[in-house]
Design a protein around this ligand. Structure first.
Ligand code: SF4
Length: 350
């Protein structure tokens, strides 16, 4: 079974691999950046953003020298900002402990911030030929279909089964190419809906295909629908500058700058939420003057409706919970800003 998977897969890969800006590289830094970016970001976005990021930070030490705000700015719009913070922390550790290089072994890589089993396996196999199967969503889908895995892959029993099978079929002579080949197969051929089984190099031995119901796999928990929340935010201007607040430590989008405001609670109006949230965050009492508009933004687990108000300060006697900055429009472009706030700013600028 393994041979009927490995060889046709590798033959197919050598003719059909995706043309990606990091493909063919054995530079561990470039592979690390690509793998971290690929988590939670679409390939279309990465094709634009990866070359720019690598141009700005061509080496580990170049990112280690950057401030956290510079790193966040370079990651702007990619979301999941924890990734860039971890990447920068990894760069700092590598400069301190490993002479500005990433360690080679899986067992050492996995100890670094933000490097999980998948990324450690991808780097160690692609760059150093270590025999480790890299297992992401694409690989899980291919393997669960090829072997008709009946265990739920959202549960540890299914995860273990996939891991066992992935390592069993790993091509020990070319583990890096093998890992990239399954990723490409999952992304180009064995797609979530309508897999192209008739042009798949391993269809002859694929249990899922031969059972006539490949899309039954992988068996996993159904995703809950993302909740929608209303958020009230305000444009407060003084002397030609607009007020922004910094996202606090330990929260989503930590360190980025946004318009003040927050989530509307039960039993309060959107305007009341705007006044309350701004008082909490900035210590300011405000007057809400008018509604400017509304924008929607979706995170993977949450959808928000951002209601934008124009407001003015009644008094400012106390400090709030957030760090504040008054900035003009040109300065905004130098700060790391979340995408939802950018959408709101485009309404304010109209
Ligand atoms: Fe996926 Fe179909 Fe190929 Fe099986 S034959 S691995 S289900 S694309």
């Amino acid at each position: 079974m393994e041979t009927r998977f490995k060889k046709p897969l590798l033959d197919w890969y050598r003719k059909n691999s995706r043309k990606l800006p990091f493909r063919g590289s054995k530079n561990p830094w470039k592979i690390l950046v690509s793998e971290i970016m690929l988590q939670q970001t679409t390939m279309e976005t990465i094709l634009n953003r990866y070359p720019l990021f690598i141009k700005q930070f061509p080496t580990i030490s170049s990112l280690a020298k950057a401030t956290e705000q510079e790193a966040l700015k370079a990651w702007e719009g990619l979301g999941y900002y924890r990734r860039i913070k971890n990447l920068r922390n990894t760069a700092l550790i590598c400069c301190k402990k490993f002479n500005g290089k990433l360690p080679k072994k899986y067992s050492e890589l996995i100890l670094l911030p933000g490097i999980g089993e998948y990324t450690a396996a991808a780097i160690s196999s692609i760059c150093h030929n270590e025999k480790k199967a890299a297992i992401d969503g694409n690989v899980t889908r291919v393997i669960s279909r090829f072997f008709s895995v009946e265990e739920n892959v959202s549960k540890s029993i299914g995860v273990k089964k996939i891991k066992k099978l992935a390592n069993k079929i790993l091509n020990s002579e070319s583990p890096g190419d093998h890992n990239q080949a399954i990723m490409d197969l999952g992304s180009m051929v064995c797609t979530p809906k309508n897999p192209k089984c008739l042009s798949c190099p391993v269809s002859k031995s694929c249990s899922g295909f031969n059972s006539g119901d490949a899309t039954k796999y992988p068996i996993k928990n159904k995703k809950n629908k993302s909740p929608e929340v209303d958020v009230a935010i305000a444009s407060i201007k003084e002397n030609g500058k607009i007020l922004l607040v910094q996202r606090p430590a330990g929260t989503m989008l930590e360190g980025l700058w946004e318009l003040p405001g927050g989530k509307v609670e039960k039993n309060e109006s959107i305007k009341e939420a705007c006044v309350r949230e701004i008082k909490e965050e900035t210590g300011m009492s405000i007057r809400v003057d008018r509604k400017m508009g509304m924008v929607k933004h979706a995170y993977t687990h949450l959808k928000v409706r951002l209601h934008i108000f124009e407001a003015s300060i009644k008094d400012h006697k106390k400090n709030g919970s957030r760090r504040l900055i008054w900035t003009n429009v040109n300065e905004i472009e130098t700060l790391p800003i979340p995408t939802g706030t950018k959408k709101a700013l485009s309404i304010i600028r109209k």
